[in-house]
Write a protein that binds this ligand. Structure first.
Ligand SMILES: C[S@@+](CC[C@H](N)C(=O)[O-])C[C@H]1O[C@@H](n2cnc3c(N)ncnc32)[C@H](O)[C@@H]1O
Length: 266
């Protein structure tokens, strides 16, 4: 069997099964589909600042790339964007649609493969993705992203980062809460970031959770607040340490006046 088809099939099976379990839960707790924007924006420390990178989305065409549960899609729709959300898993698309209806917002949701986007060139002003690119062939996905973004467009992705050897060891070895992985996913590497820069010209990066990654092995809600404050100071004061952080927020921009990418060395 073709390796790409194999990978896509295995990702689909994994996420569809996960979404099926969730659907079972939501059938008996339909009210749990409703949520406040802050529930999503504060569920991980990078989400709020990363979403802010999209700017004011009112009246813009925004794509939620690999939408999963659809919470970002709902937050963006509540902010006034015209939202299209897609995911490889039809069962996650169904959750996104049900969640949108439960929260009283309109959006378009469909099943699609991020490596073969079913959208015309220059369809979107903004693209959002959380924890998704590291499941894809980044070279193909980046070209697709670039193709569907309009001149002046911005894409923001939050992805696990592979720059910290100790963390990579912990990811491979330690058991911790919420450690559900597909066999093909892998944190983004500096080499992959260079590939993205070849397509977009510049890609801004912002590392998140240096000390605060300790929350992954603590019981939920037990990470002391000083850890986040220490992180904010360290990551701002010594940008070089961002390379060892848990997540990287990547912001890709397409120039308004010169939409062809400038190839830059990295
Ligand atoms: C870790 S989940 C993240 C979901 C959501 N963005 C979030 O913030 O929770 C990864 C998602 O990527 C989706 N995915 C994996 N491979 C994909 C592909 N080739 N095209 C589109 N979505 C894909 C999965 O179905 C899953 O919903």
């Amino acid at each position: 069997m073709d390796g790409v088809a194999d990978r896509i099939r295995s990702e689909l099976a994994f996420h569809d099964e996960q979404a099926t379990c969730r659907a079972h839960y939501f059938r008996s707790h339909p009210d749990h589909l409703q949520f406040d924007d802050n529930d999503y924006l504060d569920h991980e420390t990078w989400v709020r600042p990363a979403l802010a990178q999209l700017g004011d989305v009112r009246g813009l065409d925004v794509l939620d790339f690999g939408c999963g549960h659809g919470m970002a899609a709902v937050v963006l729709a509540r902010s006034g964007a015209r939202v299209t959300a897609f995911d490889l898993s039809p069962n996650y698309v169904a959750e996104c649609q049900t969640r949108a209806a439960s929260n009283g917002v309109a959006l378009r949701a469909l099943a699609a493969d991020g490596e073969r986007l079913p959208f015309a060139d220059a369809s979107f002003d903004r693209i959002w993705g959380n924890a998704v690119l590291h499941h894809l062939d980044l070279d193909i996905a980046t070209r697709e992203l670039r193709r569907v973004l309009r001149p002046g467009g911005v894409a923001v992705f939050c992805e696990p980062w592979a720059g910290n050897p100790l963390l990579n060891w912990a990811r491979r070895t330690l058991p911790y809460r919420g450690k559900h992985r597909t066999v093909d996913e892998s944190p983004l590497t500096p080499a992959q970031l260079r590939e993205m820069r070849l397509v977009f010209g510049a890609v801004e990066v912002q590392g998140h959770q240096l000390l605060a990654m300790i929350r992954r092995v603590l019981p939920a809600g037990h990470c002391p607040s000083w850890v986040d404050r220490a992180d904010a100071w360290l990551l701002h004061r010594f940008p070089v340490v961002q390379h060892w952080s848990r997540y990287m927020v990547l912001t890709c921009r397409v120039s308004q006046s010169n939409p062809s990418p400038t190839l830059v060395g990295v």
